[in-house]
Structures are given as C-alpha cells and as structure tokens.
Design a binder for this molecule. Structure first.
Ligand code: AMP
Length: 460
C-alpha cells in the first residue's frame, strides 16, 4: 500500500510543484511511512530525492528551496512486495543516453510480476529493485524506446499484460501521465487549483491540503496526459482488458486504510464507517456500559455503533501518535512491543465497567489480545469485542500487506476459538452479506480478503 501524487502547474513560472507535492504526500503519510520521494523536472533533466523515513523528515525547507519545478510526482511507501530499503523506494527513474528522462510512482501490486520481469530481462532490460513501480516504468520505457510505441500505446500495453492493481503517475521531462488499472482497484483522483494547477492523488485529503478542488476519479483504464498544450484524456474501454464487466475497488480502503476525511470511490469514508457500526449494532444483544474504539481507525465505526444503540461512547484508550502504525513494523517481535507502547487506558475509567471494544478488523489478533489484557488489568469487568468488517480469511495480492493465509487468525480458527485466544467475553464480526448490503454498487468492489473471490483477471 502506498500513496502517490502528481502536480502540473500550467504557469511554468510558478515553480512550486515540488512544494505542493510534498504537502500532498504529507497528507498521505498514513498510506506509507517507510520511505518517500519526489521526482521533478528542473528544466534540463529529471531530479530525484528519495529517502527512508517520513515526509517531514526527508523534505525540509532547505531541501525544498532548491526544488524549483512546475511539474513533480511523489510517493510514500508501505512495503508489500520487496524489502524495506531505499532501492525499493519510489519514484523510480529511467535514464537513456540523454540522462534521466522518465520517473514513475505507483500504488498497487502486480500479481504476474515475475513473469513480466523475466520477459524484460530476456530482452536485456536491467532492474535495480524488486519493486512493481520499476517494472511498470521499465515496461513502458522499453516499448517506447526500443519498439517505437507511443507512450499511450506503451501504457495500453501495460493494461493488456499487467495483472493486478496500479494507480500511477509518470513524468516524462515536462509532461505528466496519470493512469489507472482497468479494475480501479486502488483509489486515484484528479483535482484542480484555482490557478489551473492539475493534481493527481491517491486520496482527496491530499488535494484538500493544497486547496485543490476535487474534479473526478481517474476512470478505469483512463490515461490522462498533461503537457504545455493542456490536458487530454484517453479513455480506453476497460472491458477490452478485464474479464468481467465490473471494477474491483478494494473495500478495505473504506474500512481501514483511507483517512476518514477522504472521499474514496465517491464514498465519504467517515460516513461509511459510521454505517458499518450501525449495521453491527442491528444484531446486538449485549448492551455494555460504554463503547470504546481501538483508536484511530475504528473511531467512526464505534461512534456509529454507540449512536445506534444509545450507549455511552468514550475514548477509553489513548493512542500515542508517535509510534506509527503497529502493523507496519515488519518483524513480529517489534509488532508485539509496539502494541503496548501505542495504547494506554484512561486512569481509573475502566474499573468495574462492562465494555464493548470496537475494532475495524482482526488480522493476526496481536493487537486485540494485548489490548483486552490491558483493559482487564485496568479493572474492566467484561470485555465484548465487535469487529466492523468480516473475518479476514484470505491474503491480499493487490497491494495490502496481509500476511500469508496461515498467519491470518480467521483462516485458522472459528469465531469461538478466536474469542478464546483474545480472552474476550464475546466476539462478533460483520458478515460478508451484511457488508455487501451497505454498498449499492457492491459488484464493483473487491471482497477477496473476506470471501476468497479474487476478481482481477486479464482478458484472455
Ligand atoms: P492484528 O493485530 O494483526 O490483528 O491487526 C489488526 C489491526 O491492524 C487492526 O487494529 C487494524 O486497524 C490494523 N490493520 C488491519 N489490516 C491492516 C493492514 N493491512 N495494514 C496495516 N494495519 C492493518
């Protein structure tokens, strides 16, 4: 999972595209905290700055002062495929004899990565990383430079052969291309500033921060090209590339990944989460003294649940915001330590209370098991757990870092066994039909992590 941004200022004298890109990336920090980078065109060639670390650590005022450009792309990375190191950080660069000419940043995962890489390697294309973004870039560059295809046809070639998920921005000197896979699996939007600056971003919270206005979602298999001559959209027919009629938007973006102040796939994320909570409440037969979210991702689910039942809602657990997302620490041992560093209960508040804890999902069970122990140690008399999504039983191959199926607790255990493992007095998940009932256009969504039905296939 990653976040991307692309900025094109029609007024070339503006030269603040890198600064806007950094600001936009800052709002997408929740989408990846391992590394970040910006590529920009300085009038002569493409420049690249990428490092391990957070946006605010990598891009300070001093660095920004020298990044003059009217066009820039950026990326924050959360590793799914490939190790967590600078080689796999994005954007990636492709150089020809004239120097660095192409840069690309993408969000998603390519399922047939190895097959496509083998194909290019057999044609003497050289790789510097294990990252999908580099593969997309080299594929386009190869077909453009060596086979003489136009950039649009080279991207079309990607759509024909790449199985998986990709929202991408491609910088070619002073031109920008934005494109999205035919299934539109990851979010990708387009916005515009008052001065005519074009913005492409993973989430709307990113265009809000730079005061751009949301224009539209980049459509499935759309290629948008911006240059000194303006903007043109090349809308390819998605059904030419995919084997089903519908898109496959990742539903987990709405449940967990995206920021609640974003609008994703035309759904306001916070409102969707409140509805998840409301749905959970419909079948409730245990009325607790208080509803407590596992902050922050389940705040709105818990709010919706508590409102529906008319029960007290409180932030019984306080989160330390400087730890980072628990899940992102790659090693299990680090993940274990992080949970207790991350949450602390309100002093005295839980004593003698019957508590319903709400979380958005259970993956391995690490977080909740520790939290429940903590809540009990602080005097809670009963701890009931409600989960705002169905059981995560299957791994994701489209850009979310879920572990192997064997590591997914719901793949291995029943609800009763999971409750026992967590030491919860009761446990209930939302069911797949309940979740689907909340999305009018649910045929356009991917529920693979819940139902094992992997929808993304190339057209034969
Ligand atoms: P676990 O402790 O392994 O059960 O992980 C569940 C917790 O991680 C939940 O509180 C979620 O908010 C969060 N989570 C779920 N899926 C992901 C993901 N793919 N990446 C990061 N965090 C996640």
């Amino acid at each position: 999972m990653c976040g991307i941004i692309g900025i094109f200022q029609r007024d070339k004298k503006s030269e603040s595209a890198s600064r806007l890109a950094v600001l936009g990336l800052f709002a997408e920090q929740h989408r990846g905290q391992e590394s970040c980078g910006i590529a920009y065109f300085d009038g002569q060639k493409i420049q690249l700055i990428k490092k391990m670390g957070l946006v605010k650590e990598v891009f300070n005022e001093k660095i920004l002062e020298d990044m003059h450009s009217h066009i820039a792309i950026g990326h924050v990375r959360y590793p799914t495929k490939g190790t967590s190191d600078i080689g796999n950080a994005q954007p990636h660069i492709f150089s020809n004899l004239s120097g660095p000419m192409f840069a690309l940043a993408s969000n998603g995962d390519i399922v047939n990565y190895q097959e496509l890489r083998d194909e290019l390697e057999s044609k003497d294309v050289f790789f510097e990383s294990d990252n999908d973004g580099e593969l997309i870039l080299k594929y386009i560059a190869y077909y453009h430079e060596k086979q003489g295809l136009s950039i649009v046809d080279s991207i079309k070639n990607v759509m024909r052969h790449f199985q998986g998920s990709y929202s991408a921005v491609l910088l070619i000197k002073d031109e920008l291309y934005a494109f999205r896979d035919p299934y539109s699996n990851r979010p990708f939007i387009f916005g515009e500033l008052d001065d005519g600056t074009y913005v492409f971003a993973s989430e709307s919270c990113s265009i809000d921060i730079i005061r751009a206005e949301f224009k539209k979602e980049v459509s499935p298999s759309e290629i948008i090209h911006v240059s000194g001559n303006g903007m043109r959209s090349i809308q390819l027919n998605p059904e030419e590339f995919r084997d089903r009629k519908h898109t496959a938007h990742c539903v987990f973006e709405l449940i967990y990944f995206s920021r609640p102040d974003s609008v994703v796939y035309n759904h306001a994320v916070y409102a969707f989460r409140e509805i998840l909570g409301k749905k959970l409440a419909e079948k409730e037969d245990i009325i607790a003294d208080v509803v407590i979210p596992v902050p922050d991702s389940s705040n709105f689910i818990a709010l919706g649940y508590a409102k529906e039942l008319g029960i007290d809602f409180n932030f019984g657990l306080i989160r330390n915001h400087y730890v980072g997302r628990t899940f992102i620490a790659p090693e299990q041992t680090i993940r274990d330590e992080n949970v207790s560093q991350k949450f602390n209960p309100l002093p005295g508040y839980l004593k003698g209370k019957k508590v319903t804890l709400i979380d958005d999902s259970i993956v391995r069970g690490t977080t909740l098991r520790k939290i429940i122990k903590m809540v009990r140690n602080h005097g809670a008399k009963e701890v009931h757990v409600r989960i705002g999504s169905p059981m995560v039983k299957y791994s994701c191959y489209y850009g979310i870092d879920t572990p192997t199926m064997e590591e997914l607790i719901a793949n291995q255990k029943t609800v009763e066994d999971i409750a026992a493992f967590l030491q919860a007095d009761s446990l209930r998940y939302l069911t797949v039909p309940e979740l689907k009932s909340l999305i009018k256009d649910n045929n356009d969504f991917c529920f693979a992590c819940f139902d094992g039905n992997y929808p993304i296939h190339l057209k034969e």
